[in-house]
Design a protein around this ligand. Structure first.
Ligand SMILES: Nc1ncnc2c1ncn2[C@@H]1O[C@H](COP(=O)(O)OP(=O)(O)OP(=O)(O)O)[C@@H](O)[C@H]1O
Ligand SMILES: [Mg+2]
Length: 228
């Protein structure tokens, strides 16, 4: 039998429900994803582009199991539980997910502590390795978030994702808040991680030029989801 796709999205639909304010607030239903089908192969950097509001982030949240959906999403042919390490995500605002009170070394180690991976020494070594992998000197361990540039903060977010050794990294507008040069450096880092560390990436972006620079294949959300 042939190898399963890295990521299979089969007939995925979702509906957001929200209740209007007030005692007799009506429940409103908003269908966003409509029968999405998509396959991403191992060894790809896959681009997903498209207009704002088309459902790109919603699809990413379904892949991560953060919201309910109909249909099926498989990684290497298997359904993932909510706490799976196998799929990790980096977001648009790198600062927002980093606790400013903590030192960088603590922040990079935290996912290992949460998932109860490794002893103290082993975790310390992994932190050093991950900092090097994202292009930061180990001396950054003792710094805090407010001492870092936007690009450096995004590198920390990438290190926190990679330390769990995921099969797939979802980058959702990961360079949108950065200036052109910092954004280009992050794209080069993604390419380097892909080529040297076999990291496959689902790159979600408004920025078609960035997607064309980075990705092996690009799909427009409009073509998947029938949106305007
Ligand atoms: N939690 C939610 N509850 C209700 N509606 C939501 C929720 N999250 C998103 N939506 C709606 O779903 C639609 C798709 O949103 P989504 O964030 O997935 O789009 P997107 O393609 O990522 O847009 P952008 O390019 O601006 O990031 C939008 O109309 C949005 O208003
Ligand atoms: Mg989005």
């Amino acid at each position: 039998m042939s190898e399963p796709a890295l990521l299979s999205i089969r007939d995925v639909s979702n509906v957001y429900t929200s209740r209007r304010l007030g005692l007799f607030g009506k429940v409103e239903k908003k269908p966003v994803l409509k029968h999405i089908n998509l396959e991403m192969q191992t060894g790809e950097i896959f681009g997903l582009t498209g207009k704002s509001g088309c459902g790109k982030t919603t699809l990413a949240h379904c892949i991560l199991g953060l919201i309910d959906y109909e249909g099926e999403i498989l990684l290497n042919g298997q359904k993932q539980g909510k706490n799976s390490n196998q799929i990790q995500m980096v977001f648009q605002e790198p600062g927002a997910s980093l606790n400013p009170a903590k030192k960088i070394g603590w922040l990079v180690e935290e996912p290992l502590v949460i998932h109860k991976i490794g002893g103290r020494r082993e975790r310390g070594q992994m932190v050093n390795e991950m900092l090097a992998r994202v292009g930061l000197d180990p001396s950054y361990k003792t710094r805090r978030v407010n001492e870092l540039s936007g690009g450096q903060k995004q590198r920390i977010c990438i290190a926190r994702a990679l330390i769990l050794q995921p099969r797939l990294l979802i980058a959702d507008e990961a360079i949108s808040s950065l200036d052109i040069s910092a954004g280009a450096q992050i794209l080069n880092l993604f390419r380097e991680l892909h080529e040297n560390h076999a990291l496959d990436i689902l790159f979600i972006s408004h920025n078609r030029d960035a997607a064309e620079y980075l990705c092996d294949r690009i799909v427009e959300m409009r073509d998947l989801n029938n949106c305007q």
